[in-house]
Design a protein around this ligand. Structure first.
Ligand SMILES: Nc1ncnc2c1ncn2[C@@H]1O[C@H](COP(=O)(O)OP(=O)(O)OP(=O)(O)O)[C@@H](O)[C@H]1O
Length: 280
């Protein structure tokens, strides 16, 4: 569904090469986290995905369409893109208008004003925005703005969501609420590609992790296996989730357990065995 072929990018001839020949395939319905240290090129890669930037060399294919030959407006029908900085995508007078904007623009909401209003109310409720629908988005906190931007994207029901640090500025509850919405959409078939610095969020929600380092893919695989690669994480300046850090320090074999609950079960089982041995 998404194919990066030898993707190479530099902002201009004098700037360094940011991406150096990346090959990556992302299938429909995947939930991929893109991680790496500051300046690794994560945002650049996301912008290349939706055609805001065009490759210096190589290709980006989305549903078979080469982004170099596709209008950005057309790409936006397929990919909903949440910017890292919500100020870059908020411009309407009220939160309501902001969520409605894309719907009106793309005339996707063919079923009339009432249906559109219903959809806006539903999305607002999902993201805890119902009390501020008539507020100016410019008067909101960064976290609230981020949720407004996300709401306006979700309203468009695109096949692919590209999210640049969706949980920045959110408290724990808001973070979980946002991620629950994203998770549900993913379970319903939406492909999610998310940049995040929060390894706890990555562990809890992403099924696949790609580590970007020095313009290349350093690791790519199942979340639980990539986040266990201590050396790669160190090279990329990343800290494993706390749970994995404990497991790494214990240095034990946890037989593929990756959640707190599974790990507790392994430890309890082992304790039980130890007790048994002690008794006999
Ligand atoms: N418009 C631009 N012109 C020139 N260089 C740029 C431009 N935008 C970004 N860069 C450079 O490209 C590199 C990659 O930036 P990018 O924002 O993609 O990294 P990132 O991994 O998303 O970083 P962060 O985690 O801090 O958001 C950085 O060195 C950055 O300074």
């Amino acid at each position: 569904m998404i194919g990066l072929e030898n993707l190479t990018y530099q902002y201009n001839v004098k700037s360094p090469m940011i991406l150096k020949g990346i090959d990556l395939q992302i299938a429909r319905g995947e939930f991929v986290a893109l991680v790496g240290q500051n300046g690794a090129g994560k945002t650049t890669l996301l912008r290349l995905l939706n055609g805001l930037q065009k490759p210096t060399d190589g290709r980006v294919l989305v549903n078979g369409k080469d982004t170099r030959e596709t209008k950005t407006s057309e790409m936006a029908q397929t990919i909903g893109y949440l910017f890292q900085n919500p100020n870059h995508q908020i411009f309407c007078k009220t939160v309501y208008d902001e969520i409605a904007f894309g719907l009106k623009e793309r005339k996707k909401e063919k079923s009339g004003i009432r249906q559109m209003d219903k959809k806006i109310q539903e999305i607002a409720e999902l993201l805890g925005l119902q009390e501020i629908l008539q507020t100016s988005p410019f008067h909101l906190s960064k976290g609230e703005k981020q949720r407004v931007a996300l709401a306006s994207i979700l309203a468009l029901e695109t096949d692919i969501l590209v999210l640049d640090e969706p949980t920045t500025g959110q408290d724990y509850k808001e973070c979980m609420e946002i991620m629950a919405v994203v998770k549900k959409l993913n379970e319903e078939g939406t492909t999610v590609i998310m940049v995040s610095h929060d390894m706890e969020v990555v562990l809890d929600f992403a099924k696949r992790v790609v580590i970007l380092h020095n313009g290349k893919v350093l690791e790519d695989g199942r979340t639980s296996s990539v986040l266990f690669k201590k050396e790669s994480l160190e090279v990329a300046g990343l800290k494993p989730p706390q749970l994995f850090e404990v497991m790494l320090r214990l240095g034990d074999d946890f037989s593929g357990a990756t959640t707190a609950e599974e790990i507790c079960q392994v430890i309890k089982r082992r304790r039980g065995n130890e007790t048994d041995t002690a008794v006999y």
